[in-house]
Design a protein around this ligand. Structure first.
Ligand SMILES: [Zn+2]
Ligand SMILES: [Zn+2]
Length: 139
């Protein structure tokens, strides 16, 4: 099944990793660095992680979201959408809700446009694809 990589936006065949092979490899490398850093600095923020390991914020956030640091202090980091400091997830509660609505709307629109695709809606489909990426990147 082909998907857009949520990290780099490229099309890839999803085998369960959730992102393309390149980003997955990069993610594994960052994971090691980030873990080391958080072990040495248990009360750091996601911003510190990004600054000191060079890992993209989305990777640091993802690891925190996965609960990988549950035993090590609480790491706060900004909501990917509004910047409010949060402790779990990618978004604060209110953004989470908006993003979920927007994502399911975008998926629904994309599916509808797919059906129309052969008739006329090439441009629209491209646009809704971009919207999904924007949402995934928190823009
Ligand atoms: Zn990628
Ligand atoms: Zn937010």
């Amino acid at each position: 099944m082909l998907k857009n990589c949520p990290l780099c936006g490229k099309l890839f065949a999803d085998t369960g990793a959730g992102c393309c092979q390149k980003c997955y490899d990069a993610y594994r490398n960052y994971e090691v660095e980030v873990k080391k850093y958080v072990e040495a600095n248990p009360n750091c923020s996601a911003g510190d992680i990004v600054k000191h390991t060079g890992a993209p914020l989305v990777v640091a956030s993802q690891m925190i979201q996965d609960g990988q640091f549950a035993m090590k202090g609480r790491v706060s980091y900004p909501c990917s959408r509004c910047g409010k400091l949060i402790l779990t997830g990618v978004y604060c509660t209110s953004c989470q809700q908006k993003v979920q609505e927007a994502t399911s709307n975008a998926h629904r629109v994309a599916r509808e446009n797919e059906r129309k695709y052969l008739k006329k809606d090439k441009q629209k489909q491209k646009e809704s694809g971009l919207n999904i990426l924007k949402i995934l990147r928190g823009k």
